[in-house]
Design a protein around this ligand. Structure first.
Ligand code: 4AD
Ligand code: MG
Length: 466
């Protein structure tokens, strides 16, 4: 058998690269089989695009094996590409050779009907074969490429930050510990765990962010970005939190908060434009089946200017609102999802960048404003998803950074952050950056409402299957 001569369905039905009359071999999975009196049809999907290619078998008893071929079977189908008389596709295949490579049986879980997303999560090993998850995965792949393209075109260097880390970048204590200790026999000294005996001779964790190391690289290379997995042991079982998610973190030397906002806005618009350009069929699919207004709203975002609103004004807007909130609003609160969504969905109806947050609710590394009360933080909020980007201008003044860390109770950790202080001690310069949650971006772009449905194998509290 020669599998190398296969033609991908995308080459035929998306890229229109194959002329009618060409003999092609298709390798894929059967979506449907219909046997009529005069002809039979096999619809095959090979994962390369949304569309199935239809094989026409005339007469229907031309191949004995057809009897045994069921939904889900893997087949090799050879034939001549002909213009399709039906309205659906441009081409179909007049089948001259058919082989069942792998049977599927009658208990194949993905029969031709709509399954709930909850059901599909239980069979996450098979769901990539459905239309929805095929589309999600293709969009993830194309977008990842587009993200690299965006930064590379702008002279940013792609850097790699450690996944095992000794510092808690966000200071929220939501980290997974990394140890080789045999848990029932953890060595102790003076009644405390003796970390010196552990693998790294120190406490270690899975990284919650690559930012701190990213800052070092940015001050050396200029503009950098990371794109990798991050881990958070946040015990919040919501539709927008995962314990393992991918993040893109650009960091720019010689940049202030305005530059950071400009980059975030340009970046999001680029991704929207890119996905419509590269994944048109997938976007049509999501606009038809998941959110009817998807295309229209995202296209209007490309054209719009994001709102830029100081936190203090955002709170004033919320206080003026006639809507009632579960969590009361007052200056100083860490905005809840309901507040963020009200601002972006109801008040402004487009992306909103909230900035200059109270220092009490933001991480230690953010630059302190002259008012002494707020820091140069920014969150980008979008309809449906809420916070999609979090970032800031970093505190580049060593004395102020240490003062703030002391205030936050981090004085005992100064040893651990000596390397981070050094870039302030030697040739410090203003710098800024942010993190875009890749899964939140996919949710925003596809209209999917649960983070468990935009990553193949979600990791959330009490769930690490597959
Ligand atoms: O706001 P966060 O925590 O910011 C940082 O990690 C900074 N160090 C980024 C930086 O300035 N370089 O996270 C950034 C983004 C959020 O806006 C959100 O999109 C996503 O990461 N995110 C999550 N996505 C899925 N599941 C979670 N548990 C997430 N936590 C954050
Ligand atoms: Mg945040």
């Amino acid at each position: 058998m020669d599998y190398k001569t296969r033609t991908r369905v995308a080459a035929i039905l998306v890229d229109d690269k194959i002329a009618a009359g060409t003999e092609v071999t298709i390798l894929g999975l059967v979506r449907t089989r219909r046997v009529g009196k005069e002809v039979a049809f096999l619809e095959i999907n090979d994962g390369s695009c949304m569309a199935n290619i239809q094989g026409v078998i005339d007469p229907p008893d031309k191949f004995e094996i057809l009897e045994e071929i069921q939904t889900g079977a893997a087949v090799r189908m050879k034939g001549e590409l002909v213009a399709s008389p039906g309205g659906g596709q441009k081409y179909e295949l007049k089948v001259t050779d058919l082989e069942m490579v792998g049977s599927a049986g009658t208990d194949y879980p993905l029969q031709k009907k709509r399954h709930s997303f909850e059901f599909l999560r239980e069979i996450a090993h098979l769901r990539p074969r459905t239309n929805t998850f095929g589309a999600v995965n293709r969009i993830r792949s194309k977008l990842a490429y587009g993200i690299h393209q965006f930064y590379q075109e702008r002279g940013f260097y792609y850097i790699h930050t450690p996944l095992i880390s000794a510092s808690d970048c966000e200071g929220a204590g939501e980290m997974f510990r990394v140890t080789t200790f045999d848990l029932p026999q953890v060595p102790t000294v003076d009644g405390k765990v003796d970390w010196d005996k552990d693998f790294f001779a120190a406490e270690a964790y899975l990284a919650v962010s690559g930012q701190l190391e990213g800052e070092l690289l940015a001050t050396a290379l200029g503009d950098i970005y990371t794109f990798g997995p991050t881990f958070r042991a946040e015990n919040s079982n919501t539709s927008r939190h995962a314990s393992e998610f991918w993040m893109i973190e650009p960091e720019m030397a010689w940049a202030e908060l305005d530059d950071n906002m400009d980059l975030a806005e340009e970046f999001l618009k680029y991704l929207l434009t890119y996905v419509f350009d590269k994944c048109g069929d997938e976007m049509d699919f999501f606009s038809k089946w998941v959110d009817k207004e998807l295309r229209q709203t995202l296209e209007s975002v490309i054209e719009s200017e994001f709102v830029r609103l100081p936190y203090t004004e955002a709170i004033a807007e919320l206080e003026k609102s006639k809507d009632s909130f579960e969590f009361p609003v007052k200056w100083g609160i860490d905005m809840q999802s309901e507040h963020e969504r009200w601002l972006t969905e109801k008040r402004f109806k487009k992306p909103v960048i909230v900035y200059d947050y109270p220092e009490e609710i933001k991480a230690f590394y953010m630059r302190v404003n002259d008012d002494g009360k707020t820091v140069r933080a920014m969150d980008v909020l979008v309809p449906r998803v809420g916070e999609i980007i979090g970032g800031s201008q970093r505190e580049e003044r060593l004395d102020i950074l240490q003062e703030r860390m002391t205030k936050l109770g981090m004085a005992d950790d100064f040893d651990k952050y000596q390397w981070y202080f050094d870039i302030r001690k030697y040739g410090s310069c203003p710098h800024s950056g942010f993190g875009l949650g890749f899964e939140r971006a996919i949710m925003y772009i596809t209209g999917m409402t649960n983070i468990r449905d935009v990553i193949s194998f979600p990791r959330v509290p009490r769930w690490a299957k597959f």
